[in-house]
Design a protein around this ligand. Structure first.
Ligand code: PSU
Ligand code: MN
Length: 331
């Protein structure tokens, strides 16, 4: 009894710094208010085939740098929340067969049990928010899956809890896009179309679903996000960017491979955390690599846009502070 009590009180006093390691490069950028872009690791470990996964992860980091920001790839290594990875650590995530896919519910277990794991959109945005990173680039967010069970990605509630700019190409066609769009609206997540009027559908540049606003520059997106921070409104600013034109998957190919892929998942009873990686890899096989090409192109493009938004936020931070629009009515 006594032991248990002592153990308990020790754990109660644990803090986030007991579990968190940030590279000095990312930390000094954050301290000095320079632009940083968070990147997820599930796409590296489970979203893309090898060896193009590692190549893409490296390219995405370089693109963020070229655009003027510091990349902070996030993962869990040996039970540590890691913000910013060394090249050999990135390689480990991209090549080791024992990297778990960690969503929100898994995070405490991963820390306590000292796992190695890749972070999803949900966990990456949570960790990024905790350390004060404001912009996060990914491929596509999770959403409401099709099918009978209401399988809703933890990405959605996490986006509602953290005030982060999340740059993505919408949700994947394998999801129930209408239900996903409704969920975002209900939960107060602002959907920004970056050069588009409809919400992109990952492999497709367009969908029948509206965005809340069309912007044409990183500065416009940055201003919308900053307004959100200024008033303390929780939830993400979801900046949706269409896949580059030359990598878009034609509709005929998409509809053909989609039916086949969803049927396979149902037949093989693929569920839970396996479902999204399964759907992505089967679609790529059925489309002769067309969806994979699109996936890589949009990841790289989103990294560029995210970095430019991070730069705009950093450039204007001082100005926003100085000119906050608090109107005091005069008598
Ligand atoms: N989109 C991709 N590749 C991916 C994912 C999304 O193009 O690998 C990953 C992201 O990490 C996202 C996760 O958070 O899939 C969603 O999985 P689930 O539906 O199990 O929540
Ligand atoms: Mn799920």
């Amino acid at each position: 009894m006594l032991n248990l009590h002592l153990e308990h009180s020790r754990f109660v006093h644990m803090q986030k710094t007991d579990f968190l390691k940030i590279t000095s490069e990312v930390e000094s950028a954050l301290v000095e208010g320079r632009p940083v872009v968070a990147l997820e690791s599930t796409v590296i470990a489970h979203g893309l085939p090898r060896p193009i996964n590692l190549e893409t992860a490296r390219n995405v980091e370089s693109i963020v740098r070229e655009a003027g920001a510091i990349p902070a790839t996030i993962a869990v290594l040996d039970g540590w929340l890691r913000v910013g990875l060394k090249p050999e650590e990135l390689e480990f995530i991209g090549t080791s067969p024992n990297i778990k896919k960690l969503s929100t519910r898994d995070l405490p277990i991963a820390l306590a049990e000292r796992w190695n794991g890749a972070t999803t959109v949900a966990t990456t945005s949570w960790i990024a928010d905790m350390v004060g990173i404001r912009v996060f680039a990914t491929g596509g967010i999770g959403g409401v899956h099709r099918g009978e069970l209401p399988d809703v990605s933890a990405d959605l509630p996490q986006l509602a809890r953290t005030t982060m700019v999340v740059v993505c190409s919408g949700a994947k066609i394998v999801l129930d896009l209408d239900a996903t769009r409704e969920w975002l609206e209900t939960n107060g997540i602002t959907v920004v179309g970056y050069g588009c009027d409809s919400m992109p559908a990952f492999y497709s540049r367009e969908s029948h679903l509206p965005v809340d606003v069309h912007v044409d520059s990183p500065g416009q997106a940055a201003l919308i996000a900053s307004a959100r921070w200024a008033i303390g409104l929780k939830g993400a600013t979801l900046v949706t960017v269409p896949v580059p034109l030359d990598a878009e998957v034609p509709n005929e190919i998409l509809t053909a491979v989609l039916d086949e892929t969803l049927r396979e998942a149902a037949e093989q009873k693929i569920m839970g955390r396996e479902l999204t990686p399964f759907l992505l890899s089967r679609m790529s096989e059925h489309s002769g690599g067309a969806t994979l090409k699109a996936n890589i192109a949009l990841l790289e493009n989103n990294a560029w846009v995210a970095a430019k938004i991070a730069v705009a936020i950093a450039d204007h931070a001082a100005a926003f502070h100085g000119s906050a629009r608090i109107l005091v009515e005069e008598k």
